[in-house]
Every structure is written in structure tokens, then in C-alpha cells.
Design a protein around this ligand. Structure first.
Ligand code: AVJ
Ligand code: FE
Length: 440
């Protein structure tokens, strides 16, 4: 047994415990009625997420890795995300809050036992702890989903956190990214999911990308300019959706005279002009970009801005380098309950001076979710492959509600272009080709 393996085991155990502390906070902050209630047809009842987290841990760690006896084989089907839609889950004979808490604790005891026994098996905890990493990321992703459910919950506030750091002169403007290849995706990130693999070279033509995400102030100007009423700015599908859904502002915004209030985790306050806009769908982002004379970045443009180091030509793990995210790098992990103004995390900027690519808000890209060249499904097709195609857009970078274990420069999220209950925002890009042709 090497010291390195022991360190890995300790780190994995610490990440599992941290995820469970967050799950406990999110499910313990409300009463049983709120755990069972469906706060929106878009979301599962919180008690479903809780037992589902335990169920996946039982399947992957206790049964698959550990080869142990099933704990509750009778409930596999109830907590299989592919068997029942979110809207249908409240009607299922789910475990009660008390039963669900007992179940996840029972599974966790066995999973930690499996982690401990992996000491004897060598092979660096079954290939650098991937199965454990997958479970940690799975729980943290559901924690972010539960945080989004909290955002939709009606009633007095139950979650609190200090405001994000203030910024005296916010970062603005754009940077030029020279054309040329970079390495996208990864073969070396131990916990990278199937859709982040394999690493491959992508030649990206020169472009400009904004140093900061679009702010509430910018977005309010788009609304004031009649952006929601002018089909010129919207794609045909976007305009259809804007009409059908009656969109007039980001989700959770309401008029206050000439200004806007936003409700966030049960508290209503004026929007903060310099903070990134959040709770907008892809179609709104696309319309704003057209109005601003720009466009959304492609996924490759986003990743090149986040990872490419022009000095060495290599791709970094994060915009700031290869070090694991710490609190001075990015607004992650529910440390604050909203995104921060650009400039709040100078330690997280990329070599080209692009800020806050990681954390704050998930950023819509213009790219459909698809496998990279050479993609192989792992551990099963349902993890990502069944979602490939034109129905889903890729989002990048994570939000204030994303844990550091579930984000990296290569991490890919995806959702329907109409979705905005997630912590979604965007930044803008534009072509450099017409301009460089003019300069030449
Ligand atoms: C990657 C966030 C789209 O929540 O559907 C959770 C993550 N996969 N359980 C989702 C996930 C299985 C997934 N997203
Ligand atoms: Fe899940």
C-alpha cells in the first residue's frame, strides 16, 4: 500500500463526506412537507433526489465495486431516473423522509467500507477512484439540482450565505484569441466523465470573447430597448418559444417602477447591475447576443478561452492553471447564493485575462451536445450518449451552486434550450475573420 494511495483514499472519503454534508443541509433546511412536495413540475420532490443519491451509490459502489449484497433491491425501479419523469415522481410510493435518511446512511456505511477494503485490492482504488469520483460528482450534481428546487420553493427563506465579494470597477470588454489548434477534452483527468473524453486537437479560427458574463444591467437595457418584442433578434424556434411561454424577463424578475426586483431563495431585492444575469434560457441568450451585435461562443471557443495557454501551447485544467479550485479562484460550492460581479475573483482569470469562466453562472454555448471523435460510452449509454443530438445545448463552467469536485475546464453540462430554472447565464463572442481580412 503506497502513501499516495492512502492520500487518495482520504481525499475520496473527504469528498464523499463533504457531498453528504451538503445533501443534509439542503434536505434538512425544510420540513417534511417541503421534502415531499413538488415545487415545480420541472423538478423532483427533494425526497426523491435524496433517496436517488443513495440508490446510485448502492448500485455503483456497494454492488458493482464492492460486490456486496443489495441493500434495497426492491426500490431500484422507483429511483431509476429513466423509468419515471420528474413530473410523475410525486405520485410514486417513495420512501418517507425518515426512511430515505435511514436508507442513505445505511448505504453510506457500506460504501465507506468498500472504500476501506479497496486498500487490499491495489490498482489505485480501482483506477484512481473513478467509481467513487463518479458518485461524488453525482451527489454534488443532485445537490445543485436540489438548490435549483430551493430557488423555486415558495415560502420564507431557509438558506443563508454571505454576499459574494463586491467589485469597485468591474471587468468589461473583450479579448482577442488568435486562431490555431488547441487540445480539447481530456485523457488524463482522473474523474472526467465519458463525454469529456478523449482529448483531441481542434483548430479554432481567431475570435473575440468577452472578459465577463453579460450582467443584469446589460440585460435590463435589452429589455428596455424592446428586445423581447422584436422578432429580428430571435431565432425562429426562439421566437416561437418566447411567444408560447410569454417570456418578458429572466425567471424570478418582476417590475418595480422603472427598475427590476429579483427573488432569490425567498428574498426579493433590486437587481444588482454589475452581477451576471442568471435564470435565462438559451433562446434569451441568443436573442440578447443578436441585439448586441455579437453571438454566443461555440463550445470549442469557450474551452479554448478557459484552457489554452498561449505561452506553452498546452491546455490547462482550469483557467488559472492546474491547481484544484480554492475559494480565491472561483465562486463555487454554494458559498454565496448568487453570482459575483466580474473582477471578484482575479485569481481565477485565464492567461488572456478572461474572468470567472469557472463558477458564478453556467454559460450557454451555441453547440449541440455530441460525443467527441472517438467517444466511448462509460459506464453505460444512459450517462451521456442517449442525450447526444440537436435537442440539447452545452453549458460550460459551473455556477455558484456547483461544487469544485463537479467542475473542470473540460466539464460539459447540457440542457434543453428552453430551460432556465438552472443557474444559467452567458457571455458573448464574435468572429475576428472579417476584421482580420480587412486589416490584411
Ligand atoms: C449533467 C446535470 C445534465 O442532472 O440530468 C444526474 C447529471 N446525471 N444524474 C442531470 C446527472 C445523472 C445531469 N446533468
Ligand atoms: Fe442522477
Amino acid at each position: 500500500m503506497t502513501i499516495e494511495t492512502e492520500r487518495l483514499r482520504d481525499r475520496v472519503a473527504a469528498d464523499m463526506i463533504r457531498a453528504r454534508e451538503r445533501t443534509t443541509l439542503l434536505t434538512g433546511a425544510v420540513d417534511d412537507g417541503d421534502l415531499i412536495r413538488q415545487h415545480s413540475p420541472l423538478m423532483s420532490p427533494l425526497v426523491w433526489d435524496l433517496a436517488h443519491v443513495g440508490s446510485q451509490e448502492e448500485l455503483w459502489l456497494v454492488r458493482d465495486v464492492g460486490g456486496r449484497e443489495p441493500v434495497r433491491p426492491d426500490i431500484d425501479e422507483l429511483y431509476d431516473a429513466f423509468k419515471h419523469t420528474r413530473a410523475d415522481r410525486p405520485a410514486l410510493p417513495l420512501l418517507s423522509p425518515a426512511e430515505a435518511r435511514r436508507y442513505v446512511a445505511q448505504v453510506r456505511d457500506k460504501a465507506l467500507d468498500v472504500l476501506d477494503a479497496a486498500r487490499l485490492e491495489g490498482r489505485r482504488l480501482t483506477v484512481d477512484g473513478f467509481a467513487f469520483g463518479m458518485i461524488v460528482q453525482h451527489e454534488q450534481q443532485h445537490d445543485e439540482t436540489m438548490l435549483a428546487t430551493h430557488q423555486l420553493r415558495v415560502g420564507s427563506p431557509v438558506l443563508t450565505a454571505p454576499p459574494p465579494p463586491a467589485v469597485s470597477s468591474p471587468i468589461a470588454g473583450e479579448v482577442f484569441v488568435p486562431g490555431g489548434p488547441f487540445d480539447m477534452g481530456t485523457d488524463t483527468e482522473a474523474w472526467a466523465l465519458d463525454n469529456e473524453r478523449p482529448a483531441h486537437r481542434v483548430d479554432v479560427p481567431a475570435y473575440y470573447i468577452d472578459r465577463a458574463a453579460v450582467t443584469n444591467g446589460h440585460y435590463a437595457a435589452f429589455i428596455a430597448a424592446g428586445g423581447y418584442d422584436d422578432p429580428r433578434w430571435w431565432s425562429p424556434a426562439g421566437w416561437d418559444h418566447r411567444q408560447a411561454a410569454g417570456l418578458t424577463a429572466p425567471r424570478h424578475w418582476q417590475r418595480d417602477g422603472d427598475g427590476w426586483l429579483a427573488t432569490s431563495f425567498g428574498r426579493t431585492a433590486p437587481i444588482v447591475a454589475d452581477e451576471p444575469v442568471v435564470h435565462v434560457c438559451y433562446y434569451e441568450a441568443e436573442a440578447f447576443a443578436a441585439w448586441a451585435g455579437k453571438r454566443l461562443p461555440t463550445e470549442a471557443e469557450w474551452e479554448k478561452a478557459a484552457r489554452h495557454d498561449p505561452a506553452t501551447g498546452r491546455s490547462r485544467r482550469y483557467p488559472w492553471g492546474d491547481d484544484t479550485p480554492e475559494s480565491h479562484h472561483a465562486n463555487l460550492g454554494q458559498q454565496h447564493l448568487r453570482p459575483a460581479a466580474a473582477g471578484a475573483f482575479p485569481g481565477g482569470a485565464s492567461p488572456l485575462g478572461v474572468h470567472q469562466l469557472i463558477g458564478d453562472v453556467w454559460e450557454w454555448t451555441s453547440t449541440d451536445f455530441a460525443g467527441y471523435p472517438g467517444f466511448g460510452p462509460f459506464p453505460y449509454r444512459e450517462y451521456s450518449e442517449v442525450f447526444f443530438g440537436p435537442d440539447y445545448k452545452v453549458l460550460r463552467g459551473g455556477s455558484f451552486g456547483t461544487d469544485r469536485a463537479a467542475i473542470r475546464g473540460t466539464f460539459r453540462n447540457w440542457d434543453y434550450p428552453i430551460r432556465r430554472q438552472i443557474f444559467s447565464g452567458f457571455r458573448l463572442a464574435r468572429d475576428a475573420s472579417s476584421e482580420s481580412a480587412g486589416d490584411a
